[in-house]
Write a protein that binds this ligand. Structure first.
Ligand SMILES: C[S@@+](CC[C@H](N)C(=O)[O-])C[C@H]1O[C@@H](n2cnc3c(N)ncnc32)[C@H](O)[C@@H]1O
Length: 223
């Protein structure tokens, strides 16, 4: 896909482009026009290809913009400017692809167990012309060839309960790095099962999505 086709995507979606700008402003995220265009192009790919493949159920562009693109970007203000980020169970690329578009200084690894989802991500990365981001099709905890690698940020959205995510991901969090779990409105039951030692390393940010007002919780645990 060329730059002109990227332009045409945003040019054909002025209401969506405005909504993206409004939503980012509400989240206090300032990005260049080129990044706005790439986010819109990725949204276009999600709606055009990921939806028919059953990788997302949302077909309303405004709803998908909020629930996929803006939601994925909510952790951005608390992420480091540089370093390695591992997204576990990325599905169609969420939150890893929007985060990479927004902060291209991060080196990103997207792990996804299912072939069709991993293939979609590989296709999307090519269309978006993103560098410093890879897709690994494997099942973390079973067959991922990550060896001793560690990451400054290990993140997931809608992967599993917090306990399971911690047990899968903790070995891959670098010393002083962060495990980040993107959660919905109710997190008390999951927090209750955390060990006292982990609770001391916890930082929780609650927020609302800009248009629907849907509640979200970002759980950060420092290693
Ligand atoms: C509910 S989907 C969420 C996808 C994406 N993170 C999102 O927010 O739209 C969970 C994804 O995690 C993948 N998954 C579950 N356990 C995994 C594991 N241990 N390693 C890699 N992928 C996993 C599933 O195949 C599925 O695509």
């Amino acid at each position: 896909m060329t730059t002109s086709s990227i332009d045409s995507v945003s040019a054909n979606n002025q209401p969506l482009a405005k909504k993206l700008a409004t939503g980012l402003k509400a989240l206090d995220i300032d990005l260049s026009a080129e990044r706005h265009q790439k986010l819109l192009l990725y949204l276009d790919l999600l709606l055009r290809y990921a939806r028919p493949l059953g990788l997302t159920s949302l077909d309303d562009p405004l709803m998908a913009l909020e629930r996929h693109i803006l939601d994925s970007l909510t952790p951005l203000p608390w992420l480091p400017d540089e370093g390695r980020l591992l997204d576990v169970g990325s599905g169609a690329g969420l939150p890893g692809i929007p985060l990479k578009i927004a902060r291209d200084t991060l080196e990103v690894m997207l792990i996804e167990a299912r072939r069709r989802r991993a293939s979609f991500m590989t296709y999307a990365l090519g269309v978006l012309d993103l560098k410093g981001i890879k897709v690994l099709r494997c099942h973390l905890g079973q067959d991922c060839p990550l060896k001793e690698e560690t990451y400054e940020v290990v993140i997931s959205r809608a992967l599993s309960d917090l306990d399971r995510f911690i047990s899968l991901a903790w070995p891959y969090v670098a010393p002083d790095g962060w495990l980040v779990a993107m959660k919905g409105p109710e997190i008390r039951p999951e927090l209750a099962s955390l060990s006292p030692a982990l609770r001391e390393k916890l930082f929780i940010k609650n927020l609302r999505l800009p248009f629907s007002g849907a509640k979200r919780n970002l759980i950060f645990i420092r290693k």
